[in-house]
Design a protein around this ligand. Structure first.
Ligand SMILES: *Cc1c(COP(=O)(O)O)cnc(C)c1O
Length: 496
């Protein structure tokens, strides 16, 4: 092409190729050797700041290749590597390499998946991704939905759809203050913090949350749920939504979903499942019945950036009847001319959720689903669970470890010194201090990354495996590491 406008941000074809190949070279080496690096550099924010420097906004441009070589060093050598086989913190997965390549392709095309006319192929691919995800977890492929940034957004998107569906039509104009009766909603006390954000964001206030206690297995107590709903009805409140957890964020417990579904059906309440972490395990025949009741859900949140190993960000909100999304999120300003293909119904995703312009985050999910197929995921998710169970068994066998919980791919456990004699209450306080210090030491050490959970007042180490790179060898090695570090901290604490 000739007569092109010269612009400082354009990169010539040859330069793009040269820098691109170099970057791919760097990234492929990074992935290939990730297990030889520490999980984290362990630098403090001050040290990180010093590496980054304090330059002010550049007045003039810099060479692109120089920028990439500098920035590759910053990121590859000063980050926490959740793609490392010994990363088990929170619920962040090793990112599938195909996701990185897919993001590059998606950004190059830059489809705006807010409206079909702006993204004909990308919209079709996102629709297919949603359909495949529904099939994957075993609900009807007629469920619709939308890709969002993560679990929080998936849950928030569902929350507002639930409220719209269960309140008078006038609510959209009059707002909740002018709608009759205080609206209330129910979830177990193991529910993720998104529910508090929802209560604030949508104007209900946190007092509208009914925190239902959990039973001995840490599942929502459905008898108390029913009792609480009845009490609320008697006092004139308007119950509208119950949230079940399919893998609670802390210990991975799946609520009794079919019991919750039955209550919702009988009381005409919206049944939402927060399956951000755990619901992909429903793909495994052996665990399928753990999720009985998901087919009854009005909406489901799941996070491809957790157990489907998509790089951040990719969440998904599924809904049994997509019309509820349109009822909630659609409006037709005069400046939108998106209806010229009305005879062929399609999806304009801006009508399905909060975002207007939308990136093509579906692509990386769609690509990985095809790279490995359902069977590839059955294998990887199954292995993650087996490794978590192995850790639990190893902790149980070890005389200095106490195995506490094991659900899906999350194991909690703690270090307990041998021959440790202190009276009960003091002992628990000591063990909590010891294990908290232990976790901090381990995190800073960079050999393994765990997070924590508090289970029945016990401060536990928590290992969540959503990591296709972890092997049995890693599990045996981290047991050794944790015990070694635990002994050292116990000794120091005793000397004080
Ligand atoms: C991770 C998680 C969330 C939050 O998801 P993000 O992707 O971090 O926004 C919500 N609920 C559960 C059960 C989760 O595991």
């Amino acid at each position: 092409m000739t007569d092109r406008r010269e612009s400082p941000i354009e990169i010539t074809k040859d330069e793009f190729k040269r820098i691109g190949y170099q970057l791919i070279e760097t990234i492929s080496h990074f992935i290939d050797t990730i297990d030889e690096k520490p999980v984290t550099s362990g630098e403090t924010p001050k040290q990180i700041q010093a590496v980054l420097g304090n330059a002010s906004l550049p007045e003039h441009g810099t060479s692109v290749s120089e920028l990439f070589s500098k920035t590759s060093d910053l990121l590859l050598n000063h980050s926490l590597l959740n793609g490392h086989p010994k990363f088990f913190g929170y619920i962040t997965s090793s990112p599938a390499p195909i996701g990185a390549l897919s993001d590059l392709l998606a950004a190059a095309v830059n489809a705006n998946v807010g409206a079909n006319i702006l993204s004909p192929m990308a919209t079709a691919i996102e629709k297919q991704t949603v359909k495949w995800l529904a099939e994957f977890i075993g609900v009807a492929p007629t469920y619709g939905g939308i890709l969002v940034s993560g679990g929080n957004m998936a849950n928030l998107t569902a929350f507002l759809a639930a409220r719209t569906a269960k309140s008078p039509k006038s609510m959209k104009e009059d707002g909740i203050v002018n709608t009759h009766g205080e609206m209330v909603f129910y979830c177990s006390k193991a529910t993720h913090t998104w529910i508090e954000k929802a209560a604030v964001l949508f104007g209900h206030g946190s007092k509208a949350i009914r925190w239902i206690p959990t039973d001995a297995e840490n599942k929502m107590n459905t008898e108390i749920l029913l009792q609480t709903i009845n009490d609320d009805l008697k006092s004139g409140k308007k119950p509208f939504l119950v949230i079940g957890n399919a893998g609670d964020v802390s210990t991975g417990v799946v609520d009794n979903l079919s019991a919750i579904a039955a209550i919702c059906k009988a009381q005409d309440l919206w049944f939402h499942i927060d399956g951000a972490y755990g619901i992909p395990a429903a793909v495994i025949p052996k665990y399928k019945n753990l999720f009985d009741g998901i087919k009854e859900a009005d909406s489901i949140a799941l996070d491809p950036h957790k157990w489907l190993y998509a790089p951040l960000e990719a969440g998904c909100m599924l809904v049994k009847n997509p019309q509820h999304l349109i009822d909630t999120y659609s409006s037709h300003p005069v400046y939108y001319n998106f209806s010229n293909q009305d005879d062929e119904p399609t999806v304009n995703y801006y009508e399905y959720g909060f975002q207007n312009s939308r990136g093509f985050r579906a692509l990386k999910v769609w690509m990985a689903l095809q790279q490995v197929g359902k069977n590839g995921y059955i294998e990887m998710i199954g292995e993650d669970i087996a490794l978590s169970q192995l850790l639990f068994e190893e902790a149980k066998k070890h005389s200095e470890l106490e195995a506490v919980t094991q659900n899906l791919s999350i194991t909690t456990f703690r270090y307990v010194p041998i021959g440790f004699t202190q009276v009960e209450k003091k002992k628990e306080i000591y063990l909590n201090t010891l294990n908290e210090k232990l976790l901090n030491e381990l995190q800073e050490g960079g050999e393994v990354f765990l997070s924590n959970a508090v289970v029945a007042d016990k401060y536990c180490l928590r290992c969540c495996i959503v990591n296709f790179r972890t092997s049995r060898k890693d599990i045996f090695e981290i047991v050794g590491l944790i015990v070694h570090e635990g002994r050292k901290i116990h000794e120091t604490l005793q000397r004080k």
